[in-house]
Design a protein around this ligand. Structure first.
Ligand code: SAM
Length: 236
């Protein structure tokens, strides 16, 4: 995989889709918006016209420098170069056409943050995982984490032909509205729980030296019950 692919560089071509994405965020002049992945900056004008402040982070130095030249006239825009997931910034709204390979990392990062809403574009398959029903085969650790932490709504399908270079798959725009805070410790334990997902809760708990008398499996529990189990294990 080359650097361009590993950074998920598929740039949105359509201004009308960019505008819809920003409209979905219902940004006001009180909002500080964070964008992960400036890219060629298609979202920047729409974001800067609606938000109080916009912080846009780009990992690729070339793209960051191009954006600095192109968008220097927006006084409420702060462009940053680096890995967004390693920066500690405050924001009220996240808007991001996420690099596909970073979707999971992005969700785990996001649910530890204080935020009002996030509008993210992800690969269709990943969206289906997040939107899956508890107990279904597709409902994985990331589904539990995301659904416990936020209300998730699908907003719009975006076909691969709207990007250059075109990715292999279509995308979905999602809105996440914050419900509960999530700690790194709970995220880590929940991921470990799912590595034993075929076992009974009794046998999973044993792996953590905790005694729980239950023949159920993770697929029999609600998202809230799985989070409760992770927290119980962490207390011991
Ligand atoms: N926002 C642009 C658009 O809609 O066309 C670009 C979206 S493109 C799918 C993802 C962008 O995220 C790429 O420009 C890529 O270089 C950048 N990127 C990838 N990983 C990143 C990271 N960890 N932090 C910041 N930017 C990242």
């Amino acid at each position: 995989m080359n650097r361009r692919q590993s950074l998920g560089q598929h740039f949105l071509l359509s201004d009308s889709i960019a505008k819809s994405i920003v409209d979905f965020a219902k940004i006001t002049k009180n909002d500080t918006v964070l964008e992960i992945g400036t890219g060629k900056g298609i979202l920047i004008p729409f974001l800067c016209h609606t938000a109080k402040n916009v912080i846009s982070i780009e990992r690729d130095q070339k793209l960051y420098l191009l954006a600095r030249q192109k968008y220097s006239s927006f006084s409420n825009l702060s462009l940053k170069h680096g890995d967004a997931f390693k920066m500690n910034l405050d924001f009220t709204v996240l808007v991001s056409n996420l690099p596909y390979s970073k979707s999971r990392e992005a969700i785990e990062w996001l649910i530890q943050k204080k935020f009002r809403a996030a509008i993210i574009m992800v690969q269709k398959e990943f969206a289906q995982k997040l939107l899956s029903k508890p107990g279904s085969k597709n409902h994985r650790a990331i589904s539990v984490l995301a659904n416990y932490s936020a209300r998730i709504e699908p907003l719009m399908e975006v076909s691969k032909s709207n990007f250059f270079p075109a990715p292999k798959v279509d995308s979905i725009v999602l809105r996440l509205t914050k419900k509960h805070n999530m700690s790194k410790k709970t995220i880590d334990t929940l991921n470990k729980l799912f590595s034993y997902r075929r076992k009974t809760i009794r046998n999973i708990a044993k792996q953590f030296r905790v005694s729980i008398d239950s023949n159920k499996r993770l697929e029999d529990l609600t998202d809230g019950e799985i989070i409760k189990l992770a927290k119980e294990i962490n207390r011991n």
